[in-house]
Write a protein that binds this ligand. Structure first.
Ligand code: 4AD
Ligand code: MG
Length: 431
């Protein structure tokens, strides 16, 4: 009996008989030889079928194999200098599981719409493998960073009776006869969790009915959100820069091969070390003015503005003290300059835009009640949230990092649609 292995582990089995199970990526023939390129999800390896080494039936069968046919291959592992993974398999036996129908994704160029319609198959390609592996690593590193510092994972619900980030981008759903919304951010519940446990984070899918068709917007995206009691804006910015530089370093340390497949210029990523530049909203506006942008003082930044600002720096930049008017109801105002919110956004370099949004939260009961009323939010739905300011209120702060935009930036991909396995956008819910 030979051992069933993952192709990625093949190096441990030189000279031994192994079995791999996967899909045919490509095949070429030469006389009595057939060279099968087999992928099992962990890696791809060349399997060499020599006519004299297998039964006649098996040899004939190899000629019927089509791209993506599924198969089980048994053979000896031999070192091979020309192979990208250093080994090949000399086939002794081959079992065909299924002969694949004509595969729609071929070596010729396909348009993005076509590939997006075939996302369920496109995920098998090497470029998509690299992206999804880096996504995995970003999530792993993000969670490890918090876990190692004593944060507790306390998840927030997905169905909510209230809005967190404005009422214009809410997905509404029927909840047994009353209205519920898909969460836009786990923050408000994370605040309750922080008052219970001190240092927490939540991690889950978040939803926004974004009518904007930009390369940075999904309707369903994943956010990781720390929330910390007794934290102010400065603590929050420090946590954010340590967090992001940790994630980038972790990916650089573990995913060089994938970054290479994506032809990512890693010299840009190597510069991502804390501290990051931190600028006041007013300074960001100065940058925009110098670059002749038509930006109006007091507005929030749009995608183009973010690109212009971030181009001034070689690493992520944090912009703080946004005008309170354009920011969320829960943000605390600067006591000395109440026109500004104690808010901060982190903008990724190379035009990737905002990856983090965060703030110090309003911790005063009356101030918060006033904001809820000013924003025309339903007071009853926020009664529990106001309670947090009644029973042992403390200064606290947190932020949310969007996984897809972070993956897009690290991978150097302009559009977020490739950074999530099955993207949801205004005009896409299939497959
Ligand atoms: O800046 P946002 O809206 O902040 C919040 O939701 C806060 N409640 C988070 C907190 O303080 N706990 O969103 C945070 C991040 C953005 O910086 C961006 O990376 C990502 O979430 N994001 C999106 N990513 C993809 N598609 C969208 N439509 C996104 N909207 C926000
Ligand atoms: Mg934001």
């Amino acid at each position: 009996m030979s051992t069933i292995i993952n192709i990625a582990d093949v190096g441990r089995y030189e000279g031994q008989e192994v079995t791999i199970r996967g899909w045919l990526y490509n095949m070429r023939s030469s006389g009595k030889l057939r060279f099968l390129l087999v992928r099992d999800g962990s890696q791809t390896i060349q399997c060499v079928v020599f006519k004299n080494d297998v039964t006649e039936k098996v040899f004939e069968e190899t000629d019927t194999l089509t791209q993506e046919s599924s198969l089980i291959v048994t053979g000896n592992v031999a070192a091979d200098k020309r192979s990208p993974i250093g080994f090949e398999i000399q086939v002794k036996h081959l079992e065909v599981v299924q002969i694949a129908a004509e595969y729609p994704i071929t070596k010729k160029e396909h348009g993005t719409d076509f590939l997006m319609d075939h996302r369920h198959l496109w995920l098998r390609s090497s470029r998509q493998h690299a992206i999804i592996r880096i996504r995995h690593q970003v999530i792993h590193a993000a969670r490890k960073f918090f876990d190692d510092q004593g944060f507790l994972l306390v998840d927030s619900p997905v169905f909510t009776p209230n809005a967190a980030e404005g009422t214009t981008s809410l997905f509404e759903t029927d909840y047994f006869g009353s209205k519920a919304y898909l969460t836009q951010s786990g923050q408000l519940y994370a605040e309750a969790s922080a008052m219970a446990f001190g240092k927490v984070y939540c991690f889950g899918p978040t939803f926004r009915a974004e009518k904007s068709k930009t390369r940075r917007h999904l309707t369903e995206f994943w956010m990781i959100e720390p929330e910390v009691a007794f934290f102010d804006l400065n603590d929050d910015m420090k946590l954010a820069e340590d967090f992001v530089s940790y994630i980038v370093k972790n990916v650089l340390d573990t995913r060089k091969v994938e970054l290479e497949i994506l032809e990512r210029d890693i010299s840009m990523l190597e510069k991502v070390t804390a501290p990051f530049p931190k600028i006041h909203y007013n300074e960001a506006v100065e940058i925009l003015k110098k670059k002749n942008s038509e930006f109006r003082y007091g507005d929030d930044f749009g995608g183009t503005d973010e690109t212009i600002i971030s181009e001034e720096f070689d690493r992520p930049v944090i912009v703080h003290h946004y005008p309170a008017e354009v920011k969320a109801f829960y943000m605390k105002r600067d006591p000395e300059h109440p026109q500004f919110a104690l808010a901060m956004d982190m903008l990724a370099p190379e035009g990737h835009g905002e990856i983090i949004g965060g703030s110090q939260r309003e911790d005063d009961y009356n101030e918060l009640l006033k904001r809820i009323k000013d924003h025309n939010l339903p007071e009853e739905a926020f009664a529990w949230y106001l309670d947090l300011r009644k029973y042992g209120s403390v200064p606290h702060a947190g932020f949310g990092l969007g996984i897809e935009r972070t993956v897009g930036w690290i991978c150097g991909i302009k559009h977020v649609r490739e950074t999530v396995p099955f993207p949801r956008m205004m005009q896409r819910i299939y497959p």
